[in-house]
Design a binder for this molecule. Structure first.
Ligand code: 6GU
Length: 246
């Protein structure tokens, strides 16, 4: 997968060199380039923002540098039949970022992230891009960040770990929170007794049927307690009669 990130703060993306993402890059699974938006300014002050039409607080990112940047970064790589990149724009006004969206983005061969700051990017940049490539504005949740850079780190971490060859154990993708629309059950390791707290007896019983049932119940109870919004969103077959008893 090829990823281009356009930002006025390239240093913010330094963590992409670390850890599992850094390893995916070293293994050739992921190719990331971070670009400074100011490369595509033409005035001496390298201005990227201006006051909003219609008035109001804050500043809006000007369309010209963004247009030049996206023209340059999205230009076809020359290989015949190559798909257009998918433009991802982090924004508190976007669609919620979820595990299904992470899976969808993991299926793309090219992603471009456009990091807005201030009140956002002139809407015409997104309208123009949407005529030429898929564009998705994505939100991490119902709160406001200074800009899209940290959101890119979050989104890429969720996407890159889904790429084939990045995680050692494919089972961990099947068993994790959100894989089946429920939160994961609590986990324990040795020692069996820590301070005055024992590991739940069932997990030490060796009865795999009972363990699976206990984990399923814990998932259901956790989800009902912490994320009741997830339950109506489950597909109809997701809960059997035994689940409904929990
Ligand atoms: Cl993706 N960007 C910004 N700037 N703020 C956010 C967000 C994204 N998600 C939640 N708040």
């Amino acid at each position: 997968m090829r990823v281009d990130v356009v930002t006025i703060f390239p240093e913010y993306l330094a963590p992409l060199d670390l850890s599992l993402i850094g390893r995916a890059r070293a293994a050739g699974i992921l190719d990331v380039a971070v670009h400074d938006l100011r490369t595509w300014t033409s005035d001496v002050h390298r201005t990227v923002d201006d006051t909003p039409y219609g008035g109001g607080p804050g500043m809006v990112m000007r369309p010209e540098p963004w247009g030049e940047a996206l023209d340059a970064v999205a230009s076809p790589d020359g290989s015949p039949g190559s798909e257009p990149p998918h433009l991802v724009v982090p924004s508190p006004a976007g669609v919620p970022f979820t595990q299904p969206l992470a899976h969808a983005l993991a299926g793309e061969s090219r992603l471009i992230f456009a990091c807005g700051r201030y009140e956002g990017i002139d809407q015409r940049v997104l309208d123009y891009a949407a005529e030429r490539m898929p564009v998705t504005e994505v939100s991490l949740g119902d709160y406001v960040l200074f800009g899209g850079e940290v959101a890119v780190l979050v989104i890429l971490e969720a996407v890159v770990r889904l790429l084939p060859g990045v995680l050692g154990n494919a089972d961990s993708l099947v068993e994790e929170s959100h894989a089946d629309g429920l939160l994961e059950a609590p986990v324990y390791t040795k020692p069996a007794q820590w301070r005055d707290l024992p590991v739940p007896e069932v997990l030490r019983s060796g009865d795999h049927g009972k363990i699976a049932r206990w984990r399923r119940d814990q998932s259901l109870l956790r989800t009902a307690g912490r994320r009741p919004d997830l339950l109506p969103a489950l597909p109809p077959q997701a809960l059997d009669k035994r689940d409904r008893a929990t």
